[in-house]
Ligand binder design. Structure first.
Ligand code: DX5
Ligand code: ZN
Length: 233
């Protein structure tokens, strides 16, 4: 049975677990679900496409039951060379979407097809200096379009202002049922701007998990987007 994909196109603030305590993923996910979060962003880095190594599908497996049992979803961001090689592991572990860098694969059409066939939502993303036109064709086959607003590889970087010019172009590529996600440097000062520029899933790592009270930090971000006119469940 096809999974519910409404989370893709809702306005949501999505915690990135890259900024969480790696020794306490599960409890940090529970804490944010208690505060209202539903979709979690999962950053997989391979030490090749980006210099850093994070974690693999086991982390998805460790939190998937908790997230799914409360109506949530796991959006996996693969900062990995040819990530389609690993797609089956993530599908099995419980990933809901699997987003691939246009710079990281030789055949994005085939890669997205593999993801679709495994029952995950296919997503495509691009680095800040890659022209948006590079994903124009791939966008036909993807249901998550992720706009990087920092260079992939690290949390806690400064938001790149040109994102506000790129997001409307990416939104224009998104048909019905396709979500637009933004990732990097999202916090109290930038979250309303990216929402107004066309993103509906607003991913934040440091601005949530590196705060004294992550649940409260999440709620404050949600409030800002609501004040800008968004409906957030
Ligand atoms: C960066 C990652 C982001 C990261 C964002 O390579 O893709 O998902 O968690 O972190 P912040 O919100 O701290 O910029
Ligand atoms: Zn990410």
């Amino acid at each position: 049975m096809a999974r519910d994909e409404s989370w893709l196109t809702e306005v949501q603030v999505c915690p990135s677990i890259l900024a969480a305590d790696f020794g306490a993923f599960r409890s940090q996910v529970v804490e944010l679900m208690d505060a209202g979060a539903r979709t979690f962003h999962v950053d997989v880095m391979d030490g090749h496409f980006v210099p850093v190594i994070t974690f693999g599908h086991e982390v998805v497996e460790a939190i998937a039951d908790e997230v799914h049992s409360r109506g949530g979803a796991l959006a996996v961001h693969m900062m990995v060379q040819e990530p389609e090689r690993l797609a089956a592991d993530y599908a099995k572990a419980g990933a809901d979407s699997f987003t691939i860098h246009i710079e990281a694969t030789r055949d994005i059409h085939r890669a997205l097809q593999i993801v679709e066939e495994l029952g995950m939502v296919p997503g495509v993303t691009l680095n800040p200096a890659t022209p948006v036109a590079a994903i124009a064709e791939a966008a036909r086959y993807a249901r998550n379009l992720l706009c990087m607003s920092v260079s992939p590889g690290w949390g806690g970087q400064a938001f790149i202002g040109a994102t506000l010019e790129r997001l409307p172009q990416i939104r224009a590529l998104a048909g019905a049922g396709v979500g637009v996600e933004v990732d990097g440097g999202i916090g109290p000062d930038t979250i309303v701007g990216v929402y107004e520029a066309g993103a509906n899933r607003l991913t934040a790592g440091s601005a949530i998990y590196r705060q004294p009270d992550p649940g409260q930090a999440y709620a404050d971000l949600v409030e800002r987007v609501r004040a800008a006119g968004a409906t957030i469940a």
